[in-house]
Ligand binder design. Structure first.
Ligand SMILES: [Zn+2]
Length: 295
């Protein structure tokens, strides 16, 4: 069979459209099963009512209270299952989780929130900028266009997205019974990046916890006020008292090293008390900013 020019053109267009459709479908499938190198991690108590329930690196935290629990971050859509198994393993009921919080809405921290919200019925609180991104499954106007288009096509991002129930402002405190977490909008990595500070009780002392947001910049996600935002965020975080500190990537705060040390320590809380590590994290973020590095 010989095709004339018009038929050949028609066939070429058809093949091009088909390959795009196949690429999108394969991409969506890969996205739905993406674990980002995450493996399961043993859940453990950090101090008082504060627990680690995340994966090997994509962190998730549980703060328990008599009137309901709080979960901060949930990893990828596919790691939400690990988070829920960890909560159960610690002896807590997912249905008692009443509030969901997020550090930043990229898929490795916001992707699992929808599944946890569905299982628990918890209310999700977010900063204005994070709320828009979370509710759209990870879309972010600051991300470079080709990558953003992949979010629209479902090749990256998370579907269905979580439902954002409440928005907070910088400095607001979210409460569930006696639990009180203060939101610090520390923009830079994303515009709505949120750090959290809250007290935990260890015996007769009260320890200050800071969950610091990512302070680095991705080459694919930049905006004009970013350097000034990072400058301010580092200053804000330097002003927070931190006995215990964590971040959304567990390797940055030494999850495994501290966990292992805690299993043999006289007081298992002691290895997590690390104000020097917190200062070093902020110093490293400041050096990255001064040297104009991305990560
Ligand atoms: Zn991120």
């Amino acid at each position: 069979m010989r095709l004339n020019v018009t038929e050949r053109r028609y066939l070429a267009v058809l093949l091009a459209v088909l390959s795009v459709v196949v690429l999108v479908l394969v991409g969506r499938r890969l996205n739905a099963t993406k674990v980002g190198g995450q493996g399961p991690a043993e859940p453990f108590r950090i101090a008082g009512n504060f627990y680690y329930v995340g994966a090997s690196d994509a962190a998730a935290f549980l703060i328990i209270g008599p009137e309901g629990h709080v979960v901060l971050d949930a990893g990828y859509p596919t790691t939400a299952r690990l988070v829920m198994e960890s909560i159960e393993k610690l002896g807590f009921d997912i249905k008692d989780v009443k509030v969901l919080l997020n550090s930043e809405p990229h898929a490795d921290h916001g992707g699992g929130l929808a599944a946890i919200q569905q299982a628990s019925g918890a209310q999700l609180w977010a900063s204005d900028a994070s709320a828009d991104s979370l509710a759209s499954g990870g879309d972010d106007p600051d991300v470079v266009l080709p990558l953003r288009a992949l979010v629209w096509l479902g090749v990256v991002g998370y579907y269905p997205p979580p439902r954002v129930d409440h928005r907070f402002k910088d400095g607001d405190t979210i409460r569930v019974g006696p639990i009180a977490l203060t939101a610090h909008i520390t923009a830079g990595h994303t515009r709505g990046c949120t750090s959290w500070s809250f007290p935990v009780r260890d015996g007769d002392r009260v320890l200050n916890v800071v969950s610091a947001c990512d302070l680095g910049v991705l080459a694919t996600s930049q905006y004009p006020e970013q350097a000034a935002d990072r400058e301010r965020s580092i200053r804000v975080l330097r002003g927070l008292p931190a006995d215990i500190w964590v971040t959304c990537h567990a390797r940055w705060w030494g999850r495994y090293r501290k966990f292992v040390a805690s299993t043999t320590a006289k007081n298992p809380v002691e290895p997590f008390i690390d104000p020097e590590g917190y200062r070093a994290y902020l110093d490293a973020a400041e050096a990255e900013l001064r040297e104009g590095r991305t990560h």
